[in-house]
Write a protein that binds this ligand. Structure first.
Ligand code: SF4
Length: 285
């Protein structure tokens, strides 16, 4: 079946070949486990039940999960096995956190039909999504945990091989906000949207533009400003992003967000540590 699930629309027949996302039409995961380092309303009390899918339709050069997004580490599993994982995590965790699910969304929906978790399902995405797919997955997704990475076309082309990231991601974000207004129960997010912005080194002006856009169009959005950037993957080929961000860079962005009246979550700069990157494996089950 020719695949048009993501804005790449590469049209590859994934029954026979890998798409740009590096995946065929078979589920593949590299880790599933409890995560305690997500935003407090997501990790909540028991932790978030994260499932890491192999492959990615965006493929950022600096990806923290490069081993799975690009190097294709992971184990192929069936839809029934994914449903079993949902059940296991549903008993242990406060939600089911699908990281990054875009290229497997149809197969994930099949698994949800077999076992529908009692806890919220999180669609943890890079943000480069089709509005039509967001509408489709909203049938089974409760929370969109989405990135808004770049404003500049030059940066998105250079680091993620797409010139239209902001144009596409901002439309997808509008759709998410329309479909899933925030709902909390005693500090636990049950439904809604959180926008994550990962601060990159030497990209202060671009981060400012993202914050200005959010402040102008989505003033009440739940924002998560992330300082956890570590140069991974091919980042060493790009001098300007081949380091962690500095405290000064982070402070300037936080100050600017506050000045614009934005509210949400801020990370400690100490979160930029490889110890927070999950251990991926070809043998998960
Ligand atoms: S999900 Fe993969 S195969 Fe499908 S259009 Fe996107 S990159 Fe291509």
């Amino acid at each position: 079946m020719n695949c048009f699930l993501c804005p790449r629309k590469c049209g590859i027949d994934r029954d026979n070949k890998n798409g740009f996302c590096s995946q065929k039409n078979v589920l593949k995961i590299a880790n599933y486990s409890l995560h305690e380092w997500e935003e407090p309303c997501i990790s909540y009390k028991k932790g978030s039940g994260a499932i890491f899918f192999s492959g990615c339709s965006l493929k950022c050069v600096y990806c923290q999960n490069y081993e799975i997004s690009t190097l294709n580490v992971g184990q192929e599993i069936t839809v029934n096995q994914l449903a079993d994982i949902f059940k296991e995590l549903d008993e242990k965790a406060d939600n089911i956190n699908l990281v990054n699910p875009t290229h497997f969304s149809s197969l994930i929906y099949e698994a949800v039909k077999i076992y529908k978790p009692k806890n919220p399902i999180i669609y943890n995405t890079h943000g480069y999504e089709l509005e039509s797919e967001i509408e489709k997955v909203s049938k089974f997704v409760d929370i969109f945990l989405t990135d808004l990475k770049y404003y500049s076309k030059e940066l998105s082309l250079k680091y993620s091989q797409v010139p239209n990231y902001f144009e596409v991601a901002s439309k997808a974000l509008n759709k998410m906000l329309l479909l899933k207004p925030n709902k909390f129960d005693n500090g636990k997010m049950l439904q809604g949207v959180i926008v994550r912005h990962l601060i990159l080194p030497n990209c202060y002006q671009d981060s400012k533009k993202i914050l200005e856009y959010l402040s102008k169009h989505h003033k009440d959005i739940t924002l998560s400003l992330m300082s956890q950037y570590i140069p991974c993957g091919k980042a060493s080929e790009f001098n300007e992003i081949n380091r962690k961000i500095t405290q000064d860079e982070y402070d300037k962005i936080i100050e600017y967000a506050i000045k614009l009246g934005l509210d949400g979550y801020m990370q400690e700069i100490s979160s930029a540590d490889t110890c927070f990157i999950p251990k991926f494996s070809n043998k998960v089950i």
